[in-house]
Design a protein around this ligand. Structure first.
Ligand SMILES: [Zn+2]
Ligand SMILES: [Zn+2]
Ligand SMILES: [Zn+2]
Ligand SMILES: [Zn+2]
Ligand SMILES: [Zn+2]
Ligand SMILES: [Zn+2]
Ligand SMILES: [Zn+2]
Ligand SMILES: [Zn+2]
Length: 373
């Protein structure tokens, strides 16, 4: 007899009784054979599968996840979250992303002009510090005319600092005095000037005296730079003067001459007495002469022949060697003179010449007046 019918999911059982004793024989009835029927995907945290209601499982496998998708970024104070989905069963695995702790995943240093740092994957700068420099090395030396350059490396990162070295200040070197017409100074090759000042002159020294005809010159030196200033001394104003005592003369006058040609002491000749140089005869004319008591002029005149006409007539024009005598106001052609005193008068006249023509003239007039009587 069947004590439990078999189903598609459970074995059944049957029993029969012994007819003599009370023994009961029990026997299993195998489950009913059935067509498995699997429905949707079943899943847990790690696997997915399909299952028949009989308990039979099929297509058991681990999830095959896509990439994580971050649904909330973590910060340094708050956790984040991410999820990924199984491409087969669409199981979604969610995971918390822990609070972000900065960390250096790349040892390389980054830098700018002043600092270096390392970076967390989040972009945060870590270990920020100023560069720590080694020694400068000169890449181009500075000169007095051109700036140079130098550089130094950070001992931590790869930064190289480059700097301009200013032109060398130079020690001014002043040489000899420089000068122009008004000042003296000392000058460096760089153009810097020192001790600029006006000349300080000593006394003038005449190097060439001025005359009435030529300018002179004088000079004075600066006591500091030895500059010599030269200056013209203007020509002297001309004052007429007799530098040569010699008398010059023409037929009527005598004079002395200034160097400029000006005639000074101009006066008519002042004659001494006539002196016969050749006696007149009855047939032949004679001659006489008289000298100026001042200059060397000698006036010569003819004496008419005695036999031809009235004695001593001044109207005879024929043999007068000197027509000048007629123009001379002091000349007296009408009175022939042979006086002995004329020699003496000439001597005295010459002596008095230095006293001037006027005195000589006065003396002459007196003598003449005496001779006329
Ligand atoms: Zn089944
Ligand atoms: Zn799955
Ligand atoms: Zn970070
Ligand atoms: Zn650095
Ligand atoms: Zn200088
Ligand atoms: Zn000077
Ligand atoms: Zn003059
Ligand atoms: Zn004269």
């Amino acid at each position: 007899r069947v004590t439990k019918p078999a189903t598609e999911t459970e074995e059944g059982s049957k029993a029969r009784d012994c007819t003599v004793c009370d023994h009961v024989q029990t026997e299993t009835i195998p489950m009913l054979e059935h067509e498995h029927s699997y429905g949707d995907w079943q899943k847990d945290k790690t696997q997915h599968w399909k299952e028949c209601r009989c308990g039979e499982k099929t297509e058991v496998g681990n999830h095959t996840f896509d990439d994580w998708t971050i649904t909330k970024e973590p910060t340094t104070t708050e956790t984040g979250s991410r999820e990924r989905t199984c491409s087969v069963c669409e199981y979604t695995q969610k995971e918390t992303i822990p609070v972000h702790e900065h960390s250096i995943h790349d040892e390389a240093w980054k830098y700018d002009d002043t600092e270096h740092w390392q970076e967390c994957s989040c972009g945060e700068r870590l270990n920020v510090a100023n560069h720590i420099y080694g020694d400068w090395r000169e890449t181009k030396p500075a000169t007095e005319t051109e700036a140079g350059s130098r550089e130094r490396d950070c001992t931590v990162c790869d930064y190289v600092q480059t700097e301009t070295i200013p032109m060398l200040e130079h020690e001014h070197s002043y040489g000899d005095w420089q000068k122009d017409e008004t000042q003296h100074w000392q000058e460096c090759s760089c153009g810097e000037k020192l001790n600029v000042a006006n000349h300080t002159y000593g006394d003038w020294k005449v190097t060439k005296e001025a005359t009435e005809t030529e300018a002179g010159s004088r000079e004075r030196g600066c006591t500091v730079c030895k500059y010599v200033q030269v200056e013209d001394i203007p020509m002297l104003e001309h004052k007429h003067g007799i530098h040569d005592e010699t008398w010059k003369y023409d037929k009527t006058q005598h004079w002395q001459e200034c160097s400029c040609g000006e005639k000074l002491n101009v006066a008519n000749h002042t004659y001494g007495d006539w002196k016969t140089t050749k006696e007149a005869t009855e047939t032949e004319a004679g001659s006489k002469e008289r000298g100026c008591t001042v200059c060397k002029y000698v006036q010569t005149e003819a004496i008419p022949a005695t036999g031809t006409g009235e004695p001593t007539d001044s109207t005879d024009p024929t043999d007068s060697s000197d027509s000048q005598g007629q123009q001379d106001p002091s000349g007296d052609t009408g009175s022939p003179q042979t006086g002995d005193s004329s020699d003496m008068a000439l001597w005295i006249g010459l002596m008095l010449a230095s006293c001037g023509g006027v005195l000589g003239m006065l003396f002459y007039r007196r003598k003449k007046a005496a001779a006329g009587k």
